[in-house]
Design a protein around this ligand. Structure first.
Ligand code: FAD
Length: 569
């Protein structure tokens, strides 16, 4: 098998991956670095981010305030040392991205404009209208083009990490266009593979977010952290789940029930619509369950009303919201309220790593949504994620540069034999010529139904037990798949099979961790254990793969200055 050799390989061409790539090339331009991505980088999910990126720039703000808001938002599960690093580095990163071309909106006095976002006690969400992710990713992409030593493998699919004796030596990857697998050898690998959302049916996440990085790491023997914490965003457009950004509420939008009442006054009177996402999402579901939602063809919903903002403000600050509503719901928010309900949106957990992206596998780093440092704990505040990918993408890049300055590459023979093992597995598990009765589309549909119904916003012991059993049955059904496409070229069915296998593995971990955590904290809401229980559960969960199924351990939360307190808004 071909071996393509680099010093550092970044898996993922979204915000975190490109930021890491730029940092490596900037710090040591003599290193041979590569970014591999299953889609062209500008199609990574970062491009879809709308509302903005949080950082302290204003005179009435401080790093301590940003840190406290983030920690309170996290329901005190964030590691406070990591949050302190995050808020400090954030200020430089957002200034840096402006120099690389991100066209931040401006205040009247010419300084960078900030807007309100949920759970933030100051206006600190910097934005480029409601297309922040698009502009930020563009700025990173065009900057990355400056570096000749930064090679790209676009539309390649990484199938496995090649790990020998606890040390990464590269990856096995499929060139989608040719159907040929190659080894990409590297002394360090940085995983920036994004989230896991496509295992849910009603989600804001793009089709590529299929838990690949988490599953690869898990199979390679390292733990994944806090996977029970899934964020549901309050405003998914009815029918599709497409996101209507929180900036809509940040700019002054209201939520109404069918009685015309701004119901958030019953749930978070001091913050109203700008309470953190977990609280607003649950409030919407409570209204729907109490029969105060509107009824439509696709189920019950609530109204998000922007009409009072007026056309000029909507076109200035929220043009994409208007476009999305017109295109996907036939509703013009200038004249009509928007039908919404909570949509699965973000994974607080991910690959266990430290402030420099370092994982327990030597030479393996993680950053962006794929990683779990953890700064979001049990609930992420909106607009902290774009900043996170800048801060921790850069930090992982710098750490990898330092590591490879003394690290030795894996031997080619060893890589060949690891890759052969994985190829045999791929042949046996996915490519076997088929009389298997199961189809991947049907299994995926059932997985999504299970996750929506059993591992959704509200969880119960019974529902989670059911969910785990159903996922185990889906895993058994997966053993009986056969693919209809046997061609090597553009075999999207093979890719979907690998992705589904990854999602089944991680769905199992999510449901199991949710079952074990018998408390409610942030995005994890148990009907049967409605309160937070710091005595028993103020810890992270680490999950390892074992031959008897997922094996769990716990890890203390790092507290520096802010003692856990009741979370009230
Ligand atoms: C609709 C929407 C709006 C959002 N708005 C905001 C916002 O306003 N502010 C905010 O802070 N956050 C927002 N978020 C969250 C934020 O955008 C994401 O968390 C962040 O962009 C993730 O970036 P990333 O670089 O980690 O991953 P992504 O941008 O998702 O990139 C993942 C990359 O990994 C690659 N990849 C994955 N698996 C493989 C594989 N097996 N082989 C090769 N490549 C692979 C993909 O091709 C892709 O390039 C939003 C999220 C959504 C869904």
């Amino acid at each position: 098998m071909d071996i393509l050799t680099h010093d550092i390989l970044i898996v993922g061409g979204g915000g975190a991956g490109l930021r890491a790539g730029i940092e490596i090339s900037r710090v040591n331009p003599s290193l041979k670095t590569a970014v591999i991505s299953k889609v062209y980088p500008m199609r990574s999910h970062t491009v879809a981010a709308e509302g903005g990126s949080a950082a302290v720039l204003k005179a009435d703000d401080s790093h301590d305030l940003h840190a406290y808001d983030t920690i309170k938002g996290s329901d005190f599960l964030a590691d406070q040392d990591a949050v302190e690093v995050f808020v400090r580095d954030a200020t430089n990163e957002v200034r840096q991205i402006e120099r690389w071309g991100c066209p931040w909106n401006r205040e009247e006095d010419g300084t960078i404009a900030a807007r309100w976002f949920g759970g933030m006690s100051r206006k600190r969400t910097l934005h480029a209208a409601d297309k922040t992710g698009f502009h930020l990713l563009h700025a990173l992409f065009q900057t990355s083009l400056k570096y000749d030593t930064l090679k790209r493998y676009d539309e390649w699919h990484v199938s496995a990490l090649l790990v020998d004796n606890g040390k990464v030596g590269g990856v096995l990857a499929l060139n989608t266009r040719t159907g040929v697998f190659s080894i990409i050898a590297a002394k360090a690998v940085i995983l920036c593979t994004g989230g896991v959302g496509r295992m849910y049916a009603f989600t804001s996440n793009a089709g590529i977010l299929t838990a690949d990085g988490a599953a690869m790491t898990y199979r390679a023997g390292a733990p994944i952290k806090d996977m029970e914490f899934i964020q549901f965003h309050p405003s998914g457009l009815m029918r599709t789940g497409i996101l209507i950004t929180e900036a809509s509420r940040g700019e002054g939008g209201y939520l109404f029930n069918k009685d015309g009442k701004r119901f958030m006054e019953n749930y978070a009177p001091s913050k109203m619509e700008l309470a953190p996402r977990d609280i607003v999402s649950r409030s919407i579901i409570e209204e729907i369950l109490a029969g105060r939602g509107f009824q439509g063809t696709y189920g019950s919903y609530i109204h998000l009303d922007l009409r009072h903002l007026g056309e000029a403000k909507i076109m200035d600050k929220l043009p994409m919201v208007r476009e999305l509503c017109l295109d996907f719901a036939g509703v013009d928010p200038v004249h009509e309220p928007i039908p919404i309900r909570p949509t699965m949106h973000y994974t607080m957990g991910g690959i266990h790593c430290d402030k420099d992206g370092k994982t327990p596998i030597t030479g393996l780093y993680a950053a962006g949504e794929a990683g779990c440092v953890s700064i979001h704990g049990a609930n992420r505040l909106g607009s902290n994620s774009l900043t996170e990918l800048l801060v921790f993408g850069a930090r992982a890049g710098r750490a990898a540069v330092e590591y490879v300055s003394t690290a030795k590459p894996a031997s080619n023979d060893r890589l060949q034999s690891l890759a052969k093992e994985r190829m045999d597995f791929i042949q046996k598990r996915y490519m076997k010529a088929g009389n298997g009765k199961e189809k991947i589309g049907a299994i995926l549909t059932d997985l999504r139904k299970t996750m929506d119904e059993k591992v959704g916003i509200y969880r119960t012991e019974e529902g989670l037990k059911d969910g785990i059993q159903l996922i185990q049955r889906l895993k058994e059904r997966f053993n009986k798949i056969s693919l209809t496409q046997q061609s090597r070229v553009f075999n999207t069915e093979l890719i979907q099979a690998m992705e589904l296998d990854n999602m089944l593995e991680i769905a199992h971990v999510i449901a199991l961790c949710a079952q074990v955590r018998k408390e409610s904290r942030g995005g994890h809401a148990r009907k049967d254990y409605p309160t937070r229980n710091d005595e028993q559960f103020l810890h992270h969960s680490l999950t390892y793969m074992s031959k008897d199924g997922p094996r769990r351990e716990t890890l203390p939360v790092t507290i520096t200055k802010w003692q856990p307190e009741e979370r009230k808004y």
